[in-house]
Design a binder for this molecule. Structure first.
Ligand code: SF4
Ligand code: SF4
Length: 107
């Protein structure tokens, strides 16, 4: 399940199509009338994390399923050309753990 922080999302101003909608294989995130992103169908999301990694405002997170986390921890991500930093946070935004995954480069 994707969680959208409406306080962080600014709707990707200046873009006809928000980055999260562009990157999602199913075009699931859309910009609503309030100018913020929303997911048109949570059940169609397969948690690929592409939108989470590419949101410039860190407004998106994957809520871990209850089988993994009873406290509904949220997985956020930030990527650059060298690595992706994943962070697990509580619902009140406290960091529980974070780790870096190196981005493969073409030789
Ligand atoms: S990419 Fe992030 S800031 Fe842009 S519309 Fe989507 S959630 Fe909002
Ligand atoms: S996690 Fe993947 S499938 Fe789900 S909304 Fe984001 S980009 Fe789309």
């Amino acid at each position: 399940m994707i969680h959208i922080d409406k306080n962080r999302c600014n709707g990707c101003p200046g873009r006809n199509i928000p980055l999260c909608e562009q990157i999602c294989p199913g075009s699931l995130p859309l910009r609503g009338e309030d100018g913020k992103a929303y997911l048109r169908d949570q059940s169609a999301c397969w948690n690929c994390c592409s939108c989470v990694k590419n949101c410039p405002r860190r407004a998106l997170a994957i809520v871990l399923p209850f089988q993994i986390s009873e406290t509904q921890l949220r997985l956020t991500a930030r990527c650059n050309s060298r690595n992706t930093k994943f962070t697990l946070k509580t619902r009140t935004d406290e960091t529980v753990a974070s780790y870096d995954v190196e981005t493969k480069r073409r030789s």
